[in-house]
Design a protein around this ligand. Structure first.
Ligand code: HEC
Length: 255
């Protein structure tokens, strides 16, 4: 450390700690931390490092020596002029870039229908999504009357729980929809449930936004975790209703 000038040591430590935080949170813990919190940590790091380096008078002198010589040494006139010209421009540019509003939507590569995990834990049980089927789907042929009753039950579950966001016409235009980002999905659209298997819907409804895999992030979905509010049976019924109302068919494995 002796050969590295003190000023450079300080800069290296601060930059090192910063990237250490980024590495720890982004890559090891996989957590998002607010930049204001990171700034606060960095403030204390800088203050702490400076406190250590300026603890003695000699240390302080050594620390500021390069700055002092840049300002005072006549032989450094050229460097000084460059630094004095570039620094204010760089600071001005930085401030400008911070303040200028961006009209572009943030670039987020997100996957609207992320690949489901092959097995999921729902209601404390393991489900294999590749083989899971809606237990009531077979009633459609075997017992149409019972099937209608299931769809009706699904309809009232939908109106009580889902229409606030997904809309009473299942078009994603519920009263809360305007305030949500990402928006609630429009089940009438050919790009949603018509492309999906019922097991996929079961997974998405039961585990909601928090159940989305990492590839769907950073994506703060407001879709609730319905396994906390509905029974397994109710989720299968509401799925029947989604397809029945929209007149779409779930995708099946045979296709
Ligand atoms: C608080 C608002 C809200 C409520 C209430 C809500 N959802 Fe959602 N839902 C969303 C949002 C937002 C999305 C889109 C983001 C996502 O996929 O997580 C979504 C997505 C979905 C999807 C994924 C569809 C696809 O194509 O991937 C399904 C299925 C779904 N909701 C079903 C339901 C059902 C069934 C209910 C009622 C039991 C319900 N939702 C209630 C907000 C809501």
């Amino acid at each position: 450390m002796q050969k590295i000038p003190k000023l450079l040591q300080v800069v290296l430590i601060v930059v090192g700690v910063y990237f250490g935080f980024v590495l720890l949170f982004d890559f090891i813990l996989g957590q998002v931390i607010p930049s204001s919190l990171l700034n606060m940590y960095m403030f204390f790091i800088v203050a702490g490092v400076l406190a250590v380096y300026t603890a003695t008078e000699d240390g302080t002198r050594e620390l500021v020596a390069p700055i002092k010589s840049l300002v005072e040494d006549p032989s450094k006139k050229k460097t000084r002029n460059i630094v004095f010209a570039v620094t204010p421009v760089a600071v001005a540019l930085f401030v400008y870039l911070q303040l200028v509003p961006s009209l572009e939507a943030p670039l987020e590569l997100r996957s609207i229908h992320p690949a489901p995990p092959s097995t999921v834990k729902i209601y404390g049980k393991r489900f294999d999504l590749r083989t899971l089927v809606n237990p009531y789907r077979k009633l459609e042929e075997e017992d149409p009357e019972e099937f209608r009753a299931m769809v009706e039950a699904g309809a009232s579950i939908y109106i009580q729980n889902c229409h606030f966001c997904h809309g009473d016409k299942l078009d994603g235009q519920g009263p809360y929809a305007a305030g949500l980002n990402p928006v609630p999905l429009n089940f009438q659209d050919v790009g949603t449930i018509a492309q999906l298997q019922e097991s996929f819907l079961f997974w998405r409804i039961a585990t909601g936004g928090p159940g989305l895999p990492d590839e769907a992030a950073p994506w703060i979905s407001s879709m609730p975790v319905w396994q906390e509010f509905l029974t397994e049976e109710e989720i299968w019924q509401v799925i029947l209703y989604l397809y029945d109302y929209t007149g779409r068919r779930p995708r099946s494995w045979e296709e």
